[in-house]
Design a binder for this molecule. Structure first.
Ligand code: GTP
Ligand code: MG
Length: 379
């Protein structure tokens, strides 16, 4: 290609960045992407905007569909994350990837009313407001076709959130909101980024209470694709609240790791009783089987709940399991060593045993988070 052709291909001069970035976390939403973009084009006509789909490597090829749309429209962008999961962290990374002054967060299944975006933007531009929340629980809002159980769960989750969000916010569980960049930048380093509830995280992490307004909307039915709402989301929400309440003193993941550890002890005793007392194997055989099964149980459960956002699969699962057994074996040796030393020194067995458990738990937690579920380091 000669230089004149190159010049023909690169005719664009600098163009200003968008004012508003609509951040859409996606996992398997390929059938919704085109329609959603069309709706955004209609609703945001006349605004300066872009949409960033943050896709966690969806097997249905969502990222490919977004990029295909983006080839004809510079306002359509894709951030694809590999080996990661999580709605909140996806939104945070979308916000970090834009120069816009305002960020909107919306689901990718058209349950949120995109026609409200210009009004939300107007409210922020008018000043005096940091965040506008699309609310299902203010007058004029509605939860659409939810069954009684989901309404009850949402109500319960809202009640729990009161420990960390202001009482006046009617719908802290909302996934539809728009905020100023300043609020995000002031909070971003304190965000937990755990699970689905970024709005709760934002309110609980902001250095000053955010000035908010709510705007009613009716939660629509999912247009296509399937829900990702499952019991893991409820667990992640619990972790988020723990992190916001005691995270300064004790990492939420450590609390989860310890809870799994306690369940592992229960599994250990169940297997031991079955092998030793019911099936009459020798104690060593029973204890060996119980240790192996409890360790595997702990690894399996930690991989699903404590590290749901970095879940290992396939070969990586097997490699992680081997590391887990190795790390926990060292933990067990440390446990016995510390407990025996303290017992010899002080002669009291309960504190000695507890100290052994604490040392091995901390070791297991730290070592597995370094060698198995390694988090990308924060600068
Ligand atoms: N990037 C990313 N997006 C996700 C993940 N889990 C869910 N999402 C997206 O987050 C949005 C909300 O998820 P939904 O499954 O619709 O949750 P919901 O709206 O509370 O539940 P439904 O009413 O059943 O649809 C959707 O756009 C999902 O595609 C994830 O792990 N990573
Ligand atoms: Mg949805």
């Amino acid at each position: 290609m000669n230089n004149s052709n190159l010049a023909d291909d690169c005719t664009d001069g600098p163009a200003p960045g968008p004012d508003l970035a609509v951040i859409i976390p996606t996992f398997n939403e390929s059938d919704n992407v085109r329609e959603l973009i069309e709706r955004l084009k209609q609703s945001l006509a006349g605004c300066s905007w872009e949409v960033i789909f943050v896709d966690d490597d969806s097997p249905d090829g969502t990222a490919g569909v977004v990029r295909e749309m983006g080839r004809n429209d510079v306002r359509v962008r894709c951030v694809q994350r590999i080996g990661r999961r999580g709605l909140s962290s996806a939104c945070v990374e979308g916000m970090l990837a834009t120069t816009a002054a305002y960020f909107a967060v919306m689901d990718g299944d058209m349950q949120h009313d995109e026609r409200l975006l210009p009004q939300m933007l107007g409210m922020l531009r008018a000043g005096g407001t940091d965040i506008v929340v699309g609310s299902r629980y203010t007058r004029g809002g509605a939860v659409g076709e939810w069954d009684a159980k989901r309404v009850e769960i949402s109500r319960f989750a809202t009640r729990l959130s009161r420990a960390v969000v202001p009482a006046g916010l009617a719908d802290p569980m909302s996934g539809f909101f728009m905020l100023r960049r300043e609020l995000f930048e002031a909070s971003v380093r304190k965000l937990s980024g755990i699970g689905f509830k970024l709005l709760v995280d934002l309110f609980a992490s902001a250095p000053q209470p955010p000035k908010f307004k709510e705007i009613p909307y009716e939660f629509r039915s999912r247009r296509a694709g399937s829900s990702k709402l499952d019991s893991a989301v409820a667990w992640d929400y619990g972790l988020l609240l723990i992190d916001k309440l005691v995270g300064r003193f004790l990492p939420a993941r450590f609390v989860a790791f310890a809870v799994v550890g306690v369940l592992g002890i229960a599994v250990h005793f169940l297997v031991l009783i079955l092998a030793f007392r019911v099936l009459h194997y020798s104690f060593s055989v029973g204890q060996g089987a119980a240790t192996g099964i409890a360790m595997t149980f702990n690894y399996w459960l930690n991989n699903i709940v404590t590290y749901s956002d970095m879940r290992l699969r396939g070969w990586r699962w097997l490699r992680g399991w081997m590391w887990f057994v190795a790390v926990c074996s060292i933990g067990a040796v440390a446990n016995i060593g510390v407990a025996s030393y303290l017992f010899r020194w002080r002669g009291v067995w309960v504190p000695a045993a507890l100290a052994g458990i604490v040392v091995s738990s901390v070791w297991n937690f730290v070592a597995t988070s370094i060698f198995i579920w390694a988090k990308p380091r924060r600068a």
